[in-house]
Ligand binder design. Structure first.
Ligand code: ACM
Ligand code: ZN
Length: 764
């Protein structure tokens, strides 16, 4: 063995974690997504100028990808020869591969080029990151000897990107596709049309380019900030058909299928702005300048169907994908209710209502696309009024759409907001960039199980896989988009590729920490929340404690209880901290030299209900069950902006009744709590909340809470006090919180049940 080789290997092993102790030479691979089976050997293979490559012609794309990767990233040039071999093995499943690295060479086996391509992505992750950006200057690449046998769990492994709200360059779209390929994802869902912009050139309709592709200005700040303000800057653009073809080719060479989305019948305001005859009123409107759901939707008339068929004809020429996404979400029916043509069509076709008219619309478009040999995929609203016969459902409003579709024999792709919306906040830090709302931290993405528990094994075969969605209302540029996409996309890649029994979040985090170097080399602006602290108030035999945790190994948590900033000299956290009074905990992660992440601050309000018994007549929704009912009286309030954090509890469409039983009869002065009010996310504060106070002698007084503004547009607070309370021991308090009801027409989510989100119930 060359000394240089040894040194290179030594340096490489220093930069990697989890080295096996028993052998200094075995380097634990850090592959994402985690492969099915890895067997390590006590040697390595070295690629250098003498190394040759051969391949079966069926595996040529992958072999050349590897050759280019090595030759573009290092000074090495591969010759022809048998050191690296790509062999066809028809016994393997289409996306499966076997990768064997031994002292003598490298063998890749697959039954398809796509399978071999995934072997190459694994191999790539065994090489130094310098190859990613041509900074590797050695003449040898040492690769750990091993055998990897691998195949995906799901056939649909996707990422979506909304280019209507904000547009991204073709170069960036390619960079995004490169990342998908590296993570063995195979589908790019390109959301090309929406109210705020039409982004694909359609030659037959030039006004789509002249009018629909541009808006006069854009909303500034969050939709909830009132009054709405605009930036005054014209914004827009579109991709030419040449550019689209280029992207589709580029993706194909990386085994990524591009599914275009042409939204109908809703989210069509940009198109109707150019061609008002496609709407119900024929009145001029403008391309939308703010976010939300708009009432201008396509009228199901002859002109609209001719337009959409023409558009799809051009789309089909550009996109060879089996699936075409026809949208179908969030189409308010107000215009159809007031349209003579629409009402006449409902009568003529014997349809029950406007939902059935939407189903008629989608079924007609499905028949057109089926006649061209394609399948439709649509958001789960396409279930309403009856599902088109061959449609695949993309389930975003939770998982019930998926359950209904799979039970009736339709394929589904899982993209529930709770686990797949990467436009949500990912950290509780208050200095995160403005996001639409919600809270979807990395761990929640990682923990996602795409198979809804309501499905039998047989029915679960209809679940093709899952997809991360990136809506870009609040994501104006590429660096920001990367920040939202990474590392959540990495977690999702493991959800859809790896076997669920093998998943382990701590282990994923350790591989991710290592993967940061590759993301750096790829110039990807990932979010790094690995050095954050997570705190939990826990009860043990009637006593309260606060527990601090961080994700990565080998570091200290230093903390203070007096409100001061933690430093390298602060107390090192060793075991849970007893809490006996209101306290502010500040903590941060340190290595030997410095603070790594941001400072974590938690105020604990040790109020009179902390430690009491709490029951709720309904379970919170499983995606928003936080710390459970106890979380409502644990002394910790939820975030002001992340209703999905573990302190908020979410209930969907349910009337709830909360009972707090004090340990012993307790004198109280006041009760207060907060409700989240994010109508854009279908979250509404209940209008009437009743309270019952049960005294020690079982006497009851009833009263009501009136929600009032809190100064923050997303929060309503309720505060209740009564002077008779303070000197009378109280045994129990009940809060009756009815659901707001059905979301009214004209609002986002109209016709759906509203959510209720409730925070800490503070008793003083
Ligand atoms: C969606 O988020 N409107 C599919
Ligand atoms: Zn109409």
């Amino acid at each position: 063995m060359h000394i240089k080789k040894l040194i290179a290997l030594f340096i490489l092993s220093l930069s990697l974690v989890n080295c096996k102790e028993e052998s200094a030479q075995v380097i634990q691979p850090q592959i994402i997504p985690l492969p099915d089976a890895v067997e390590l050997m006590d040697s390595f293979f070295s690629i250098d100028e003498s190394t040759g490559i051969t391949y079966d012609d069926n595996l040529k794309v992958s072999a050349l990808f590897l050759k280019d990767f090595i030759e573009n990233g290092s000074p090495i040039h591969l010759k022809e020869g048998n050191d690296i071999q790509f062999k066809l093995d028809e016994s393997l499943k289409p996306e499966a591969y076997i990768l064997m690295v031994s002292k003598e060479g490298i063998t890749i086996k697959a039954s398809t080029d796509q399978g071999a391509f995934y072997a190459v992505q694994t191999l790539r992750q065994l090489m130094p990151v310098g190859l990613e950006n041509d900074t590797f200057s050695e003449n040898e690449i040492a690769i750990q000897a091993l055998i990897v046998k691998d195949e995906p769990q799901f056939s649909y492994r996707g990422m979506h990107l909304d280019v209507a709200r904000h547009m991204f360059s073709i170069d960036f779209i390619k960079k995004y596709i490169d990342a998908l390929a590296l993570l063995k994802m195979n589908t790019f869902h390109w959301h090309l049309t929406d109210d705020q912009g039409w982004r694909i050139e359609i030659k037959k309709y030039p006004k789509l380019q002249e009018v629909s592709a541009y808006r006069d200005e854009t909303l500034v700040g969050h939709y909830s900030d009132q009054p709405h303000q605009f930036d005054g800057n014209r914004y827009g653009g579109y991709y030419t058909q040449e550019e689209v073809k280029d992207v589709v080719q580029y993706a194909k060479a990386r085994f990524v299928t591009v599914i275009p989305e042409i939204e109908m019948p809703g989210h069509a305001q940009a198109a109707i702005a150019a061609y008002p005859e496609l709407g119900c009123t024929d009145e001029p409107i403008e391309v939308a300048k703010k976010w939300g759901v708009f009432e201008e939707i396509y009228c199901p008339n002859q002109k609209t169907f001719a337009f959409l068929e023409d558009v799809l004809d051009e789309v089909l020429e550009l996109f060879p994908s089996k699936y075409i996404h026809i949208g179908g979400d969030e189409a308010p029916k107000t215009r159809w209710k007031n349209c003579v043509h629409c009402q006449g069509l409902i009568k003529k076709e014997g349809l029950k209502d406007e939902h059935h008219l939407q189903s008629y619309f989608i079924t007609k478009m499905e028949a057109y696309l089926n006649s061209k040999g394609r399948q439709i995929i649509g958001w789960d609203e396409i279930l309403e009024g009856g599902l088109a016969p061959n449609a695949t459902v993309m389930s975003w409003r939770g998982t019930s759409g998926a359950v209904e579709a799979a039970k009736s024999g339709h394929n589904v792709v899982m993209t529930p907001t709770s686990h797949c919306y990467f436009d949500y906040y990912q950290s509780e830090n208050e200095d995160e960039p403005l996001a639409i709302g919600g809270f979807l931290p990395l761990e929640k993405v990682y923990g996602f199980n795409p198979i809804p528990e309501e499905l039998t094994t047989e029915e679960s075969k209809y679940v093709l896989g899952a997809q991360g969605n990136i809506w870009t209302e609040y994501i104006p540029n590429e660096k920001h988009l990367e920040y939202m996409a990474f590392p959540r996309m990495l977690a999702l890649s493991e959800v859809v590729w790896s076997q669920p029994e093998q998943k382990n979040y701590k282990n994923f985090v350790s591989r991710l920490e290592n993967f940061h170097q590759r993301l750096d080399a790829l110039d990807i602006n990932y979010a790094n929340h690995l050095y954050e602290i997570e705190g939990d108030l826990i009860s043990d035999e009637g006593k309260s404690y606060y527990e601090l945790k961080t994700l990565t190994e080998g570091k200290n948590i230093n903390y203070s209880l007096d409100g001061s900033e933690p430093t390298i000299n602060s107390k090192v956290y060793e075991s849970k901290i007893p809490i006996t009074e209101s306290t502010t905990i500040k903590a941060a992660v340190f290595n030997e030299e410095k603070q790594l992440g941001k400072t974590f601050t938690q105020h604990i309000n040790y109020h009179k209900a902390v430690g009491a018994k709490i029951t709720i007549n309904k379970q919170p929704h499983k995606a928003y069950s936080g710390s459970g009912a106890e979380g409502l009286i644990n002394g910790i309030s939820g975030s002001d902006s992340r209703y999905g954090d573990k302190e908020w509890l979410g209930f969907w469409g349910e009337d709830i009744e909360i009972t707090i039983d004090f340990k012993e009869p307790t004198k109280i002065n006041s009760i207060e709590t907060r409700f989240y009010d994010g109508n854009g996310q279908w979250i509404y504060t209940p209008e009437h909340i009743a309270i019952r106070i049960i005294f020690d002698n079982d006497e009851v007084i009833a009263n009501k809470f009136l929600p009032e503004s809190s100064g923050n547009p997303n929060l309503k607070k309720v505060f209740w006090e009564q002077s008779i309370l303070s000197n009378r021991p109280i045994k129990r308090v009940k809060l009756l919180v009815p659901n707001y009801g059905i979301i009214p027409e004209g609002k986002q989510g109209a016709g759906n049940k509203a959510w209720t989100f409730i925070d800490e119930i503070i008793v003083n």
